[in-house]
Design a protein around this ligand. Sequence first.
Ligand SMILES: Cc1cc2nc3c(=O)[nH]c(=O)nc-3n(C[C@H](O)[C@H](O)[C@H](O)COP(=O)(O)O)c2cc1C
Length: 678
Amino acid sequence: MTAVRFDYHVAFSRNIGWVTRIEQNVLRGKRVAIAGLGGVGGSHLLTLTRLGIGAFHLADLDNFELANFNRQAGAFRSTVDEPKVDVLARMARDINPELELELFGHGIDADNMQAFLAGVDLYIDGIDFFALEARRAVFAACAERGIPAITAAPLGMGVALLNFMPGRMGFEQYFRLKGQPETEQLLRFLLGLSPSGLHAAYLVEPGAIDLAHHQGPSTAMACELCAGVAGAEALKILLGRGGVIAAPRGLQFDAYRNRLVISWLPWGNNNPLQRLRLALARRHFKGRPPAPALTPNPRPVAEQILDLARWAPSGDNTQPWRFEIMDDRRIVVHGHDTREHCVYDLQGHASQLSLGALLETITIAASAHGLRTQARRRRALPETTPTFDVAFTADSALPRDPLLPYITIRSVQRRSMHTRALTDHERTALADAVGPGYRVVWLAGLGQRLRMALLKYRNAGLRLTMPEAYQVHRDIIAWNTRFSEDRIPDLAIGASWLTRRLMRWAMHSWGRVAFMNRYLGGTLMPRIELDLLPGLACAAYFVILAEHKPVTIDDFVAAGRAVQRFWLTATHLGLYVQPELTPLVFHRYVTDGIEFSTCKGMDKKAQGISRRLRQVIGETGAELGVFMGRIGAGPPPSARSTRLPLERLLIRAAPKTQKQGGNRVTAPAAGTGARPGQ
Ligand SMILES: Cc1cc2nc3c(=O)[nH]c(=O)nc-3n(C[C@H](O)[C@H](O)[C@H](O)COP(=O)(O)O)c2cc1C
């Protein structure tokens, strides 16, 4: 490494143009205080150092730890356990060795506040979101001394900025925190920073925000944006360039949503509209289960396995399973089916397929820990509650399953896909994925896709006109959302805005649906948008066939394993899948002579579907088919179902034990048959 002679003017010469030479010298003479050198504070320091600021007062009492790695500028393997002030001072001096630094390694308190703010031209807030006491004290001290103060909060993948300028609305006047309980203060701080709540739209794990336990997620993109936005404000303030928005005006820019909002909140959190928002937010947070602890200690292995395995797919995202952890080597999967209330879950087959997918996912997840998995179904229990004893045994020779990375990113794509044909490599990989006992039949080419799309169209004509299916659709769609833990978000079903609005209105009651269907051609738009057009827009249809006609629970569970390997392999290949199980379901209703609707004429429609299905995939396909759907390359889905947090899927200590089938069986403590979230 060659030592470069440092020259301030050369080092910061590329700023010239956006600042004049004279302004650069002004910046060199400025002194900025930053409290908190974590996510935002560290980036602020490095950004302002590169801007050429000459002196800093830096305060932080923490050391770096592993959980800082996702976002904090000074967090490296080499800096773990080192005081943040020391690390950041070193990094800043590595940029500008002439920096004048005053370090406050015990944080700031009433005793050193005077020294911390002495001679300071600007304060930038980098204090931990939850440390409101310290934050209030510094902002109050800045206001007393006429020091401009900036707070830029990393929210989601964006920044929310507020400047508190001397003589303008102050921090306390804006946020109104005084005398409030702590959780209320945190809520007020959050909503005051972001009255528009831009970031809330894409929060995929709502449980990760837990104000009461001081937990909240944060990204590196947001921290960098904070430093950029606050840096520009700092420049304007320090050079007296004007154009600084000051509280009660604020700014939120969200890079994920590509949106910028300039908010205006006269009276701050006392603004009537804001009080309404606060009331709604209080209701939202009240009664929410506590977030899973983000402890640096890894969870027990069985929990880690299940936390990954819960991402297995299930029909309508019902997640028909609960878990009981006996110890790190034994778990019990308490399954149930939804045949009672879901017309598509004929004899529990769809739930059994899902349980098979779950068991396969457990097996894949366990391979990450060098554990081999064995699952045995308890035969003595009723068919409606398939229950599995799952045992793990250590096997140092067991390789990590290559499908492991795809468990959480596998997701259904119901919208149009690319029509490029699958390559030979893709077809072979997918055909191999299903394993012995299964094979894949492909229906590619425009003619076959058209026949399948028309079958889907007809099939939807049945699904959308029978009251039994209406009840299912009503319960499983989560409206106005991109993500749902226990349902299917409306944005993931593939309908346009207008169709979604109409569907939502109609689904209010069966009367409305019937009226729409009878007089307004109510099924036409959804059938075209959800079935016909996407039905054509894909590379191919696939049918997974079993060697023998599936009959027993075990047949369907085994088929579910093959389905999951197929789907994960598709994800591995960058392909997307939409299952289309319902034509097979109706075909089975017809061939097994089972009534499924109280409505006249539905059996005839089902017979028509069964006949067409047999024409398209053949008698053998219809007889042996266990799963079918469309497949194709991107684009990826923009909305998806997420999953219930593991804590809600776990059955904790059982209240009683009972004797069953010769084994001692622990009775589940929670209602395993209930639909999650209800
Ligand atoms: C057995 C089974 C049957 C399914 N049937 C359909 C279907 O007919 N149509 C559909 O769009 N999705 C179907 N799905 C997809 C689920 O709705 C989806 O997997 C679930 O909502 C979770 O979403 P994710 O796969 O994006 O994680 C099925 C999934 C499984 C496991």
